[in-house]
Write a protein that binds this ligand. Structure first.
Ligand code: SIN
Length: 278
């Protein structure tokens, strides 16, 4: 294989890799080039990849240990692959709002490798936003305030037994009784690999700042969410069968658009373990 090509897909976030065929096997040098593109950009896209579930798992395991999501349905016969599916008759999708995965865990997952298996004829794109840019473009005053703060993250209002979202998915999620623990993380983290600072709150799972009530937290969180999702910080990815997105939960958010009612979309997601955040 000749050198891997790396092309930015927008001014916001994300690069597309060319000249890569994961299914043909990657040398250590080729894998390292992909991993470095991931660390440098936080979001990597590939198209036209033909991967068996075993190859998908093998590729993910080169990034690190696999984190089996306790709530999502699994691909038949593959406990390590979450099935992110919306059936033709389903109204609600998985991930249809801005979030970063697993921020409700004490040690949030590093990221995911999402592979498109079936895409709707139109729609079903995924939006991504860059949390490095979100942080870097704040005023010095607000940066300084946020750097002393922590925020509380939870899964109970999303995946818990009583959560409206969970109920709207008609029993497709599992272990909803396990959505009980909360996690506290700094509002601004230093990315463990890149060393860059990133904003680390998100609309999906952050419930309030530590030591502040939810009502007190809301105006500032709303401001940060508006700021983080300015168009300049985002990109939009159009999927086809065999497309892959590899995102870093520590420095990006994502949002699966739900604009393809009546069509089926099936994605296979493998999530890789992360490390403690500071
Ligand atoms: C997710 O939030 O993991 C799903 C993303 C997508 O289906 O595009």
């Amino acid at each position: 294989m000749s050198a891997i090509e790396i092309r930015p897909v927008s001014g916001g976030v994300g690069v597309e890799l060319g000249n890569v065929d994961i299914g043909q096997g990657l040398s250590d040098a080729e894998f390292k080039a992909i991993q470095q593109a991931f660390i440098d950009n936080g979001l990597v896209f590939l198209h036209g990849q033909s991967l068996s579930p075993e190859q998908h798992i093998e590729f993910a395991e080169r990034f690190g240990e696999i984190n089996v999501n306790r709530f999502f349905p699994k691909v038949d016969g593959y406990e390590k692959i979450a099935a992110v599916v919306k059936e033709k008759d389903q109204k609600v999708n998985i991930g249809g709002g801005w979030h970063t995965d697993h921020s409700y865990d004490q040690i949030p997952a590093m990221g995911s490798i999402l592979l498109a298996r079936e895409t709707p004829p139109v729609g079903g794109d995924t939006l991504f936003a860059c949390m490095y840019k979100a942080y870097e473009s704040l005023s010095d005053g607000l940066k300084k305030t946020l750097e002393g703060m922590n925020a509380v993250h939870s899964s109970r209002h999303v995946f818990g037994d009583q959560a409206e979202y969970q109920k709207s998915l008609d029993d497709r999620l599992s272990n909803t009784e396990l959505a009980t623990q909360d996690a506290v993380h700094p509002v601004v983290i230093t990315h463990p690999e890149s060393g860059r600072k990133a904003l680390y709150v998100n609309p999906g799972f952050t419930i309030h700042f530590e030591g502040w009530s939810a009502a007190e937290s809301k105006p500032l969180l709303d401001y940060l969410y508006h700021h983080a999702t300015l168009m300049e910080h985002t990109t939009r990815f159009k999927w086809a069968e065999g497309s892959i997105a590899i995102w870093d939960n520590r420095c990006t958010w994502h949002y699966a658009l739900n604009d393809y009612h009546g069509a089926r979309r099936e994605m296979h997601r493998i999530t890789v373990e992360g490390s403690p955040l500071n």
